[in-house]
Design a protein around this ligand. Structure first.
Ligand code: ADP
Ligand code: MG
Length: 672
């Protein structure tokens, strides 16, 4: 250790670390790192396994290291978009791959035919060939078993982080641990310093796993503290409950009868909203698998409010979903003399004025306002509302959920989620009495037949699409967003996929939907697909939630390994809504046994709760909480048992150390 490193303390400014000058200092500051301690607390977002891999095991997957022999001389060429490429073949002793550098002409002189090189990058497969785009050429093998990768920041590379961290890593032991020793012992967790040291420079898999568990624990504990503070506040928020209205006219608007579980959920909601005496506002979670009919239950809750002269608001995470809800609610409510109004970010002045005027109606005609986050804006007038419904809650944070309720006169909240949360996790967010479950689907639904295929079956898949469409069916094709460094030619993009299908099936209309389109364009495309003018809809995940096209009977998911199981299950829920047999085809180029096992789970079961449980055990709760958690996906190895323990621990911390509880549940946390 050099003298300079010896002089560093946790509080030293970041530019006292060797190698960090003015420019890098500014970049580090941009991600909130001003001191050595903040650098150490900046947790990596992933790790690269440094054991050399074979191309076959790594295809389509993570960044890996390869020992490869250069088989051909680097050749320069021009490719589409006027870009220059350098490419050559390599072998890992078993298989060949093509290495390709874009706009890096000097790469041509960095490789010689016959030499053996160490490459770090991602292998992907297109049209039966393996590719490595712009891999890094390493001079020597790293000594660590895993290399940390940091959240992406313009201007700072992983190497910048690794170098800076290496020179201050010895200070980890000095980091104060906010958690009491007793909790660490009880849950067999490493100290914060130990955990961070293992995250930045893992010695072995076991210590890395323990470190992730520690950070996952911290995130869950914070969440549990925040939620219990929120619940306590809410339980003091009292209102005069409503009268139980006659629901006959309401039920009369539906072409179906409510299922038993819908009725059960409804009576639980009615129990929260109606009755006598003062009572705490409703704070209920309604969870049910995709297609279980949550929207109709939400409508019933809005009806109870309207019948008592109160307005309500319904918030959905995307414009498409919000407008579908709006259409549905309008159909149900207008014959009942209840207004509906729509609001989204793209609404024009007239639409906004109409929305606000409904809520400011002097005659007090009740209104159900449906919209996106736009409902949270100060310009959206939400007068006299007694209910906030939040659909697809996993897309919103605790903060947003509270914000909508705060705009209501009475903060009754109904939160709906289509990613079934295993019970123990749901209990983080709601107490047991406040969870309603729709545990069966409406009658007459056929389970979606699900298959997992590799690239080699692509032609058969195309023929299958054609066959279904010829019989009146409709097809969704979903493509994940793939990072430019892995897919510089955009071959995996929705646009390219749409082009490929259109070329293969010239008789069919193929429509394209992606997140960058304007809302009006998206609506037009959805309308084409819903009406059957277009029979194949290729999209990014914008269609994930809620969209309802009963004729759609095939869901194709490209690069299926890129999605979480629960997300795949939700996507699959877009089909199987009509009377004919529906199918879901998961396409993956991966041959990794773990990835395939996960995907096969979906082929075996259609039960969202079972899938969620499996996903939880495999991946930890990070995915379920999304933005609720502080952003990272730590939490591997979290069974239901440990989550239960965290809830107890939260009670313990709140009782034994209120100041610590306050500090931990603060909005911003020190770990990124
Ligand atoms: P989700 O729970 O995924 O939000 P939706 O509320 O969108 O599900 O309902 C899915 C479909 O099922 C809709 O077309 C809806 O009209 C229909 N549906 C809801 N309840 C019933 C029922 N009791 N019987 C028949 N169909 C129903
Ligand atoms: Mg829904």
């Amino acid at each position: 250790m050099s003298a300079a490193e010896n002089a560093l303390t946790l509080d030293s400014p970041i530019d006292t670390v060797s190698g960090i000058g003015k420019i890098k200092k500014a970049l580090f500051e941009r991600v909130g790192i001003r001191t050595v301690s903040e650098l150490l607390c900046y947790a990596p977002s992933g790790w690269i396994d440094t054991a050399p891999a074979k191309f076959s095991e790594a295809s389509g997957g993570a960044v890996r290291l390869f020992v490869a022999t250069v088989l051909t001389r680097p050749a320069r060429a021009y490719i589409k978009g006027g870009r220059r490429s350098v490419s050559f073949s390599v072998s890992d002793g078993e298989e060949r791959a093509t290495v390709c550098y874009l706009n890096q002409p000097y790469a041509a002189s960095a490789f010689e035919k016959g030499e053996t090189v160490l490459l770090m990058g991602r292998v992907c497969s297109y049209s039966g060939k393996l590719w490595l785009f712009s891999p890094q050429k390493l001079k020597k093998a790293p000594d660590a078993v895993k290399l940390a990768v940091y959240p992406k920041t313009a201007g700072l590379s992983d190497n910048d982080f690794r170098k800076a961290v290496a020179s201050v890593l010895h200070l980890c032991g000095l980091l104060p641990d906010p958690l009491p020793e007793s909790l660490l012992k009880k849950n067999s967790l490493p100290s914060l310093g130990e955990a961070l040291r293992a995250l930045h420079a893992p010695k072995d898999d076991a210590s890395l796993a323990a470190a992730k568990r520690r950070l996952g624990y911290d995130a869950l504990l914070r969440l549990a503290l925040r939620v219990s503070a929120f619940e306590e506040k809410r339980s003091k928020d009292l209102f005069d409950p409503f009268e139980n209205p006659d629901m006959k006219n309401f039920f009369g608007q539906f072409p179906f009868t409510f299922t038993d579980c819908q009725l059960r959920a409804l009576s639980q909601i009615a129990g929260d909203l109606t009755g006598s005496g003062k009572r705490p506002v409703m704070n209920r979670l309604l969870q049910g698998d995709v297609g279980s009919g949550k929207t109709a239950v939400a409508a019933a809750a809005c009806y109870i409010c309207a019948a008592n002269g109160f307005n309500s608001v319904v918030m959905a995470p995307t414009e498409i979903l919000a407008s579908q809800h709006y259409e549905f609610f309008k159909k149900i409510f207008s014959p009942l003399g209840i207004r509906t109004a729509f609001l989204s970010g793209s609404a024009g002045k007239a639409e906004r004025d109409y929305f606000n005027s409904c809520f400011e109606d002097p005659d007090g005609v009740p209104v159900v306002g449906v919209g996106t986050h736009a409902l949270l804006e100060p310009g959206a007038k939400i007068n006299n509302a007694a209910l906030a419904v939040i659909d697809e809650q996993q897309r919103f944070g605790v903060g947003q959920r509270g914000k909508l309720a705060e705009k209501c006169r009475i903060a009754n909240t109904l939160v709906m989620t289509a990613t079934p949360i295993p019970r123990s996790l749901a209990l983080f967010l709601f107490s047991p009495d406040n969870v309603s479950e729709l545990d069966s689907l409406p009658p007459g639904r056929l389970p979606v037949k699900t298959y997992l295929i590799g690239e080699n079956k692509r032609e058969r898949l195309t023929a299958f699409m054609d066959e279904l469409v010829s019989k009146g069916g409709r097809v969704y094709v979903v493509c994940p967003l793939i990072d430019e460094s892995e897919d510089p030619l955009g071959l995996n993009s929705a646009a390219e996929t749409a082009k490929r299908i259109a070329e293969a099936l010239p008789e069919r209309r193929v429509a394209l939907l992606h997140g960058k389109m304007k809302n009006a364009e998206k609506d037009a495309v959805m309308a084409q697909f819903a009406s059957g003018k277009a029979q194949i809809l290729v999209s990014t995940t914008v269609i994930e939630v809620g969209v309802n096209v009963p004729e759609a009977n095939l869901m194709v998911i490209e690069n299926a390994d890129r999605f979480g199981l629960s997300q795949l299950h939700q996507l699959r829920g877009r089909v199987g809504r009509g009377k004919t047999q529906s199918f879901c085809v998961l396409v993956t180029a991966r041959r990794n046994a773990d990835a395939l096992r996960r995907l096969k789970k979906l082929c075996e079961t259609g039960d969202g709760f079972e899938i969620a449980r499996f996903d939880l055990e495999e991946r930890g709760p990070g995915d379920f909480f999304g933005t609720l958690q502080s952003g990272h996906g730590f939490g591997e190895g979290f069974g239901e048992e440990l989550t239960q323990s965290v809830r107890e621990d939260a009670v313990f911390v709140r009782e034994s150390d209120p100041a610590l509880a306050e500090k931990l549940s603060g909005a911003r946390v020190s770990l990124n």
